[in-house]
Design a protein. Structure first.
Length: 441
């Protein structure tokens, strides 16, 4: 609806961002279920010494022939994943059913301070470990060769992928480019202070991530020194860091292994759960606005459909499916949606009026530089990186997966979200009073 007010022709972009949330929801809940399992495994270090074999073999049940050139081996349901998944959905349903004030706001007020306290304890313990300084040196020593093109002295032929990963991460972390910020801003009054809140939120988020990075790299440094390895050989990306590397680190702790492990995975659960609720609220609000559904009906539809689809991630092939879907929805969903949004705002809306209206209700005034960033710098950089990413994607199969796997769960998945977005935008009429307001805009 918000993008429709700017231009009726761009309603599809708003729905595409909503559907990006839908896709993320279906697999994000599975990661929270993994964290719940590992929270309980922490107390007796159930993952053993070979944490990688435990994760992919014992826990996830990934078959050796999970995906080949001829097809998939889904390996059946993993009930020890399905049970915590159902528990997450039950808790999510309860919170969202109660609404924004009684549900989402109360959960956030409770869990966010708890998460901060846990992270402080985690960082204090991590930086006091032997070898922590090695990991911190790795964190704070820049390597510009990894992020610069070759003509500027770069040494990494895939430098653009580092930037795309960074864009995808900060977009996800700040909840921009997939409708979350737009949804929650709709609950604010028209005189709500905007600029200060935006800067405080952005710097608070990055500050918390910086704090977490100190703890993570300190722990990795400890592991590197303990095993006689280099930091870059110990570190891993994605689920490998949380569910393979960190259990190894926890195993190597001299004392209180179980407590440290429980705190780490509890922080993942809280961070993931609060994020999940904010993502699903986008879907609920969109259905309520467009189809005039009651909150109860919208919650039932959203939770029901998402829960059913998420079951596929509890199969033996779930981890591989998650990897493919997450890669494509982040690199070709969130980032491109963000690119199109800044183009729409920068070139099809009265961006100067938007800035001046925000300045009227804000103590901190934003200058003309904001126009320059939205109209020029940001879209140019995002467009360049997106083109480079497309070139790389078509030159090399992601993680060596077969073409059919990337086609169906990557390209077709993203394409289907676009197709459904257009259908929702133009095949269905608004059933709320917003329709007249949108058409007048």
């Amino acid at each position: 609806m918000s993008l429709s007010r700017l231009s009726r022709k761009f309603e599809w972009l708003g729905w595409w961002q909503v559907l990006i949330c839908f896709v993320i929801t279906t697999y994000y809940v599975a990661i929270i279920a993994w964290a719940i399992s590992y929270f309980f495994y922490s107390f007796n270090l159930s993952w053993g010494e070979d944490t990688e074999a435990f994760l992919f073999g014992t826990y996830l049940g990934v078959p050796d022939d999970v995906v080949t050139e001829t097809g998939w081996n889904f390996g059946g349901l993993q009930w020890h994943i399905l049970i915590p998944l159902i528990a997450v959905w039950a808790g999510t349903y309860y919170v969202l059913y109660r609404g924004v004030k009684k549900g989402i706001e109360k959960v956030s007020k409770l869990f966010i301070p708890i998460l901060f306290v846990i992270m402080i304890l985690f960082v204090i313990r991590a930086v006091t470990l032997p070898g922590a300084a090695v990991g911190l040196n790795h964190l704070f020593t820049p390597n510009f060769g990894k992020i610069l093109p070759e003509f500027l002295g770069g040494t990494n032929p895939e430098w653009h992928r580092v930037w795309m990963a960074a864009y995808g991460q900060i977009f996800f972390s700040l909840s921009v480019a997939f409708a979350i910020m737009i949804t929650y801003s709709s609950y604010l009054n028209k005189k709500q202070e905007v600029n200060n809140s935006a800067f405080i939120m952005a710097f608070s988020n990055s500050g918390f991530e910086f704090l977490a990075a100190i703890g993570v790299f300190a722990a990795i440094g400890f592991m590197a020194v303990s095993s006689g390895s280099d930091v870059k050989d110990v570190a891993d990306a994605g689920v490998g860091l949380a569910f393979v590397v960190f259990p190894k680190i926890i195993n190597a702790f001299p004392v209180l292994n179980g407590l440290f492990g429980a705190l780490f995975f509890l922080s993942l659960i809280i961070a993931g759960y609060t994020s999940l609720i904010s993502i699903i609220e986008v879907l609920i609000a969109a259905l309520m606005d467009k189809f005039r559904l009651t909150r109860k009906a919208a919650v039932n539809w959203v939770i029901g459909i998402c829960a059913l689809i998420s079951i596929i991630y509890t199969t033996g092939a779930g981890a591989v499916l998650l990897d493919i879907v997450d890669h494509f929805i982040n690199n070709f969903g969130i980032v491109i949606a963000g690119l199109l949004e800044v183009i729409l705002i920068g070139w099809f809306a009265n961006i100067t009026r938007i800035r001046e209206d925000n300045n009227l209700v804000s103590d901190f005034r934003v200058g003309v530089w904001w126009n320059v960033m939205i109209m020029g710098m940001t879209p140019i950089v995002l467009l360049f990186m997106t083109v480079k990413n497309f070139q790389f994607e078509f030159s090399e199969a992601y993680e060596g997966y077969p073409f059919h796997a990337l086609l169906i769960f990557g390209w077709i998945m993203v394409g289907m979200t676009l197709l459904i977005a257009f259908c929702l935008a133009y095949a269905f009429k608004w059933k709320t009073d917003y329709k007249q307001e949108v058409s007048r805009s």
